[in-house]
Structures are given as C-alpha cells and as structure tokens.
Design a protein around this ligand. Structure first.
Ligand code: DAH
Length: 345
C-alpha cells in the first residue's frame, strides 16, 4: 500500500508538471483527489490493515494528498498568471495609431440666422417672446383686426384643426398675447421667432411650414421714424453697411399705415439685375404702426400708446444673405447643403 501511494504521488506530480491548461489541471485534481479517485480508494482499503499499520498509512495518505494539493495550487497560480500575461500581450493597444476622426454636427443655417437676428435685437434692448404653434382663431386673426369673414384672411391659407383652432399662419398672434400680458401698461419691446404654417404648395419660394420673426414695440410717442430707424439698423447689420432701405406703402389689417421694406440688391448694387427683376430693390419684410383697434383689443389705450410692428421671414433673409435659390433646402436635410454652413463653434 505504501508503494502504491508513492506511485500515485509520483504519477500525479508528473501529470501536474506536464499540464498546459487550467482545465487539464482541474481534470487531474478530480482524477486523483476526487471521491472516486485512487487515493480515496486506497484509504477505503485501510480497514484491512493491522492496527499499527493503520495510522502510519493514514498519515502517509494525508501527506500524499497534501503534496498533490500543494503542487496543484502552485501550478494553478502559474497557469493563471500565464493566461493573464498572454491576454495582456494579445490585447495591447497601439497608442501611436492615428485616431478615427469624429464627425461633428453643426447648427442648422436657419437656426444660425434666427440666433443672429435675435442677438441683433437683444442688443437694441428687445426681449424674446414665444407663443403656441396651435393657435386660436381669436389670437391668429380676430385680435389682429381680422374678424371672421374678413377678405384679408384669404392672404393666409390656413390649416384648421377645429372651427376655432388652427396652426398659426404667422407669428403676429404673439403680439396680441404679449400685449394682453402687459395689461395695457407700456412699454413693450419684443421679438417673437417661431414656426408658422400655411396651406401652400411647396416650391422654390413656398413652404407649408416656415419661420417668422415678429417685432413689436409699444410705448408713448412711438413713431414711424422709430420703425424706419430700427429697420435701417437691422438691414445694415444683417446685410452690410453699404445697403440702403426704402419703405413702400402696403396693407396689413393689423397696422395703419402699413409698409413693406425693400433693401438694395446686393448682386447689382441697385442698378437692376435678374435677381431684383430689374428694380434694384429686394423686398425683405412687412411692418407698420400698430392699428388702434389692435391696441384697444389687447387692453392698451390707443390715445396714450402707439407702437410699431414688423414681421420677417428668416428663410428669405438667409436666402438673400447666402445666395440660396430654393427654400426647400432648409427642410430636406441634405448634408451637402448643411455642410456649407459648418463653422467651428
Ligand atoms: N404677419 C404678416 C404676414 O405673415 C407679416 C407682418 C406684416 C407682421 C406687418 C407684422 C406687420 O407685424 O406689422 O404676412
């Protein structure tokens, strides 16, 4: 029995020595030290031994078991270390490799124009007001001196949601909402940027959804000359100091008198070309002095307060500023178009 145990120990140690992997090592552990292994077997046969031999063999068997266990642990540690080193070697990162460029997005050209216009007016003391895109017939039309059945409603084909609600056709309802909040106490000095909707067929100059920026100033002694001066500053800052403006009489139900503003054509410098249709002027926006009815409807005393308002289309302004020939470019998300406006921000 003694020889048998020694032989088992030698065999086991040899196999442990030769083992190349952790799985193999575990198999050896099970084979020698497991419940069905040869050492357990030998120990089971101890009953047949004499009383003096029994403790001797017992101690020997324990020594053999301990020797094998110790060697198994050493080898296990060694193999685990090797496995980690191998993994580290195979997963080494070459930090000298050039990185993959990260493609950065940028602000949409329309967002940029709107922000530029906002900044310009904020610089003149305006604050920004907003209103809902789903608007009531009252704010979109009635409060702006456009009662039901008024022929000027036809100027703005509308998306109605119910009899009394619609997608706002312009940002002018924000005028009425702002005045109402002021409860008849001036002054008011706001611009209102936002999306508007009209039942138009989309083409190079029309889009069923577009943007507007509304301006509204109310106070005592606000005059037409204030409107003209403000628009002049805006036009020169936006398009260049060399540009001139002119105001032409026009009609809007919410202003009296009403004007349209033209700016000298950038292409021909005012001489006349195909872009300005030979006139030397390009139309930019509409505006005028706030109609007394509009002031009164929103709670302002029209004998005490006067005001001016204007509305412009940032798409049109961006098209003129950057020479863009189709409004649909703003809404079709073609990266070839958008990329041209990419700047470091
Ligand atoms: N709301 C007008 C439109 O959509 C634009 C406009 C004209 C706004 C004159 C104004 C204004 O505030 O005074 O056609």
């Amino acid at each position: 029995m003694e020889a048998k145990l020694k032989q088992l120990q030698d065999e086991a140690l040899q196999q442990i020595e030769a083992a190349e992997g952790l799985k193999e090592l575990n198999d050896i552990r099970v084979a020698y030290l497991g419940k069905k292994g040869p050492i357990t077997e030998v120990l089971r046969g101890m009953g047949k031994l004499s009383a003096e031999e029994r403790p001797k063999m017992g101690a020997l068997a324990n020594d053999v078991r301990a020797a094998i266990t110790e060697r198994l642990e050493e080898k296990n540690e060694k193999l685990e270390k090797e496995a980690v080193n191998k993994k580290l070697a195979s997963e080494t990162i070459d930090v000298t490799l050039p990185g993959r460029p990260v493609k950065k997005g940028s602000k949409h050209p329309l967002t940029k124009i709107v922000e530029e216009i906002e900044d310009l007016f904020i610089g003149m003391g305006y604050s920004i007001a907003e209103g809902p895109e789903v608007e009531t017939d009252f704010y979109n039309f009635e409060a702006l001196n456009l009662p039901k059945g008024h022929p000027a409603r036809d100027m703005q084909d509308s998306f109605y949601i119910t009899e009394e609600t619609l997608l706002r056709t312009h940002t002018s309802p924000v005028q009425a909402r702002t005045m109402e909040k002021h409860e008849g106490k001036g002054p008011v000095k706001v611009i209102c940027p936002g999306k508007v909707y009209r039942r138009d067929n989309d083409d190079a100059t029309h889009s069923h959804q577009f943007m507007q920026i509304e301006g509204l100033v109310i106070g005592e002694n606000i005059r037409m000359s204030d409107l003209k001066g403000t628009l002049q500053v805006f036009a020169k800052k936006m398009f260049g100091e060399d540009r001139e403006i002119r105001l032409r009489p026009s009609f809007f139900p919410f202003t009296e008198p009403s004007v349209e503003m033209d700016i000298t054509c950038k292409i021909c410098g005012g001489k006349g070309c195909s872009v300005c249709k030979g006139t030397g002027w390009i139309e930019i926006l509409g505006g005028g002095m706030v109609h007394p009815n509009v002031l009164e409807m929103s709670g302002f005393d029209s004998k005490k307060y006067t005001g001016f308002a204007f509305g412009m289309g940032p798409e049109r302004i961006a098209m003129l500023k950057y020479g863009i020939d189709d409004i649909r470019h703003f809404y079709t998300d073609d990266v070839r178009f958008l990329k041209q406006f990419q700047t470091q921000e």
